[in-house]
Design a binder for this molecule. Sequence first.
Ligand SMILES: [Zn+2]
Length: 347
Amino acid sequence: MISLVYSPDYALHQTGSHPENQGRLDIMMEYITREFGELTPEGGEIDIHPPTPASEEDLLQVHPLRHLEHLKNFAENGGGYLDYDTYESPQSYEIAKLAAGGAITACELVLSGHDFSYSLARPPGHHATSDQAMGFCLINNLAVALEYLRKNHDLEKFMILDFDAHYGNGTAEIFYQDPHVLYISIHQDPSTIFPGKGFVEEIGMGLGQGFNLNLPVSPGSGTSDYIYLLEKILEPVIKKFQADFYFLDVGFDSHQEDPLSHLQLDDDFYPWIASYMRKLASQMVLILEGGYSRDAMARSNLKMINVLRNKITPEEEWRPPGKLVVKEETKALFKEVQDRFSPYFTF
Ligand SMILES: [Zn+2]
């Protein structure tokens, strides 16, 4: 069973013709309801729940008050562009709190016994650092939910797998010195794309060294390259790290039809990663980040949900047909990561 956390109020973060707009969520929900009918909180294989806004106390675990006040005042004064690509409309701050709260609501659902829970929210969060909005993100939804879990539940170790096309620099930075949060990101080589960070050498700092693992794939990499890398790395790392709770940070902008990246994933990657992670992860929440080809993201998302809506059957893995065709650059990247992480993990 999978639970969705969603509110039509996300439309009140009004960004007009910006690539990150409500049309993204509308079409995802349209595909879902076309397949399963109208969803309810008591639904069968899929149920839906409204998010509860994050409290100021929850937000302050990640973001300083001055950052929150800046976002609030800027929005309330009419909004506009905070930087060259991050937009606020008058209600954006309230809706950003709702998106962060959606991530918390999703965590609570999993802790109360739901198999998986998925926060379908906007604005996204993984580029927001503790004190800076950027890359369409205002508040770091995932980080707020993680700190909420750490504070309110008896959970110590967390693993995040981020497969948005872009490195989640905000999430990485927030936990960069934290040995209890393992952040793994597979993304387009940052020398060719925003945010210009996320190289193999960025491994974490201080006690957090070895707990920030980047897989920067070259433009043109596709489903075979992703499966090759993630199959080699995830299982040994997950078994050694032994997280109490897992986050799947979902981005559909690595799809070949997406206008904002140069990656070549097809629809099959998304059900594969969901299926692979459900075998290894105990408690898992999914959080939506990017994705700008509406049709590609709605299709891929539905395939992913279909894998997760069934009860966990660990022995079954959904796999795309055919043989993997892996680029030489991807094999070289694996060797580089293997070498770099040899003091911390063996794979
Ligand atoms: Zn992205």
